[in-house]
Design a protein around this ligand. Structure first.
Ligand code: IPM
Ligand code: MG
Length: 359
């Protein structure tokens, strides 16, 4: 693997704590010459607001663009809850996604079999679960214009625009098709076409593209039904193709199948670059206590190896190592309230296990 350079954005609340754990692994891989990845740090979200009064600076955007990949921990802090949109921590993340053209968000939903009984769903419904959510990431009501606040007849309103162009739907659908061809050839496309024009265009566009792929089993599903089906019978899904907002909501719901949202990584991709981050947020309620689960962040590093650096071998070792640690009965507090190890101990355990695998 040639020399690479990545930008690490620890962000807010538990972000820096889980970042520390991933760096231990990165340092080990570099020291043992399995990788040659230099890394630098940047600020995003509240951390950037603290220093620059902006949730992301032009300099950080530029450095993200120049790096081979971005590893991001979490964004958001109640400290800035009352800020206007452009001065909220989350705005920094949205600007970065848009700037890097990360229109693809991949959220794999899988269950470590050791954790079957940690889920609020019956074990037989989730054993060997393997779903991948393909979420469109830079369109929809998140970015649609016009948006804002105004007065209508003396009544203040807030408004947003749910909007997709055909080309936006096409490019994410093409990606879902590619992924699906390597899997069970089954796509569930999510919309609310019984109510929304934006969803009708989504559905028509997906249908048109899928005409050329009759070997793929396509189902359209309304988002409300999908929310129910994910809980009722999650194994019916293979690839879930979803617009931005519905994907945000469904992926949090789906993460609960797996025992804890602290376990799941994600990849956001453009045609040329990638950003890797846990699905979970910044968890202000547990920040600074050393109890956050670093596994989602560690697995995000794994996804970086898989998608950007084409190092399937390392991605596999990382996932296997996490599995081993869980199988040995070590859990962070999100999984085991009374008998748990700290964030840093979990990082050390996973590192130890990685060392065993590469020996
Ligand atoms: C996510 C998060 C973000 C989103 C927030 C932090 C802006 O919830 O990545 O799922 O809504 O996309
Ligand atoms: Mg979310």
């Amino acid at each position: 693997m040639s020399k690479k350079n990545i930008l690490i954005l620890p962000g807010d609340e538990v972000g820096p704590e889980i970042t520390t754990e991933v760096i231990k692994i990165l340092d080990f891989l570099n020291e043992s010459k399995m990788t040659d990845i230099s890394y630098e740090f940047g600020d995003i979200g509240g951390a950037s607001l603290d220093k620059y009064n902006k949730p992301i600076t032009d300099d950080t955007l530029e450095r993200a663009r120049k790096s081979d990949a971005v590893l991001l921990a979490s964004v958001g802090t109640p400290k800035y809850d009352n800020n206007t949109r452009e001065l909220k921590p989350e705005y920094g993340l949205l600007v970065l996604r848009k700037y890097l053209n990360l229109f693809i968000n991949i959220r794999p939903i899988f269950v470590f079999n050791t954790l079957l009984d940690f889920s609020s769903i019956k074990a037989e419904l989730i054993n060997d679960l393997d779903i991948v959510i393909i979420r469109e990431l830079i369109g929809d009501v998140y970015f649609g214009e016009p948006r804002g606040f105004k007065d209508i007849n003396g009544d203040r309103v807030g408004y947003n625009t749910m909007l997709y162009s055909e080309s936006e739907v096409q490019r994410i659908t093409k990606f879902a098709i590619d992924i699906s061809l390597k899997r069970k050839k089954r796509i569930t496309s999510i919309d609310k076409a019984n109510v929304l024009e934006c969803s009708q265009l989504w559905r028509q566009t997906v249908d048109r593209l899928m005409n050329d792929h009759t070997n793929i089993d396509l189902e359209h599903m309304y988002v409300d039904n999908a929310a129910m089906q994910i809980i009722k019978n999650p194994k019916q899904f293979d690839v879930i193709l979803t617009p931005n907002l519905f994907g945000d909501i469904l992926s949090d719901a789906a993460s609960m199948l797996t025992g804890s949202i602290g376990l799941l990584p994600s990849a956001s991709l453009s045609d040329s670059t990638g950003m890797f981050e846990p699905i979970h947020g910044s968890a202000p309620d547990i920040a600074g206590q050393g109890v956050a689960n670093p596994i989602a962040m560690i697995l995000s590093l794994g996804m970086m190896f898989e998608y950007t650096f084409h190092r399937q071998d390392l991605a596999k070792i990382i996932k296997k190592s996490v599995d081993d640690v869980l199988q040995s009965g070590y859990f962070t507090k999100d999984l085991s309230q009374d008998d748990f190890i700290t964030t840093s101990e979990m990082g050390d355990k996973v590192l130890e296990s990685i060392k065993n695998h590469v020996k």
